[in-house]
Design a protein around this ligand. Sequence first.
Ligand SMILES: *Cc1c(COP(=O)(O)O)cnc(C)c1O
Length: 498
Amino acid sequence: MYYKSTRNSGIKVSSADAITRGISEDGGLFVPESIPKISLDEIKYFSGLNYSCRAAYIFKKFLTDFTDEEIRYCTDNAYSEKNFETANIAEIAELFEGTYMLELWHGPTCAFKDMALQILPYFLTVSAKKINLDKKIIILVATSGDTGKAALEGFKDVEGTQILVFYPEDGVSPMQKRQMTTQLGSNVGVCAVKGNFDDCQNGVKAIFTDKAVHEKMDAAGLMFSSANSINWGRLVPQIVYYISSYASLAESGRIELGEDINIVVPTGNFGNILAAYYAKQMGLPINKLICASNVNKVLTDFIETGIYDRNRRFYATCSPSMDILISSNLERLLYLLTGHDDAQIREWFEELAKNGRYEVTDAVKAELKKEFYAGYCDDVQTKETIKEIYDKYSYTCDTHTAVAVKVYEDYKKATGDTTKTLIASTASPFKFSASVLEAIDGAKSELDEYDMVERLAELSKLPVPSALADLKDRERRFADSIEKSEMNAYVLKDFGLE
Ligand SMILES: *Cc1c(COP(=O)(O)O)cnc(C)c1O
């Protein structure tokens, strides 16, 4: 199977190529030329398989240029109890009858990004070998918190790779800063930038496109790649957990094999919910895909009106990983909904770059409404929801997941739909202890980060994830802090290219 660019269907590459390049040179995203199918029999067959085997089975359908051995090498390294705190990799918890939480945060950084970033380094190194790229892969990341840490954990000590993460000095939480500056591994680097997230992001983009840097890298046998969710290698692992969890629900008799379910996803860059849409296109019985946003509700408005408009105020919320006004992966959905109309996609995304806005056709609007329901909630409602489900169901969820629960409640009220539903739970509540405690206790906590974690453990009766518990005694390894104008020089020095 080949991969095409969303902005030029004439560009066709192998999956190994798509994964090493990250993004197409025309600015488009790589998408499979057709979507492979999965039958109910195949889903039934998953019953006897562990997560790693299920993942390998699905990857074979998409990464047709990989051998079975190569795929198993990737899945066995990524999805083991060495990296995840549960043998099931993802867990399903019943919130109440017919409504299930798909807990995607039992990995090393306690957020769902581990599900993809644990395997991406293996996909990348195998892909590079396949296409005879005898180069060391350099990953540069600008992060506002979660992605940087997940990428560091994923690439840590992976042979043939090196990773450097830039974060805004005062723009991440104390826990996130600690997670990154104490990172272990011989091929990792972390550096604070005196600026905001945009400064970090712009600095990284400028380095990516700097010709002089590229020439020096090339001469030294190094190449850049991307760990961002525009990379197909980050999207395809996310399809797996929707199919796998459906198989588990059917296996345990909580649903009938073939029964439709709804899927609710707290959404930012549209990667996670797009993976659920791909699963549906493959044949997974899904009724509605419910897209939940915080007050940065550009997607809610888009799904309701067909007008994408990023010209609006940006809000910092208590669900920061969803504070996004440009949802990159929407481009892949629109490519599918227009029947692979690359010219149309080019036009819309040129408009977005120029005016920050575009409007889709009536046909696409109708399709959006048919497949998706969209809603949003604010920080007050998010915290009320955490408290409500804590009191009612003794279940403790993080701020992002709470947005999904609230929007699902609104959906049920609006439609009366009683279809069984799976809600993607994207982070451990311990990762956002301050907000979760405030929601449950009704007041801002005066405790420090670690005491908050302890207090939350008492209230939730959940064990503190070992990855967070360990941090307290870890030594800080990375203390560099630079001006944004110094990023380029820092990269050259870090990779020995001066
Ligand atoms: C990244 C993230 C999201 C948003 O996921 P997208 O794939 O960008 O839509 C939601 N919740 C958490 C905790 C995240 O880290």
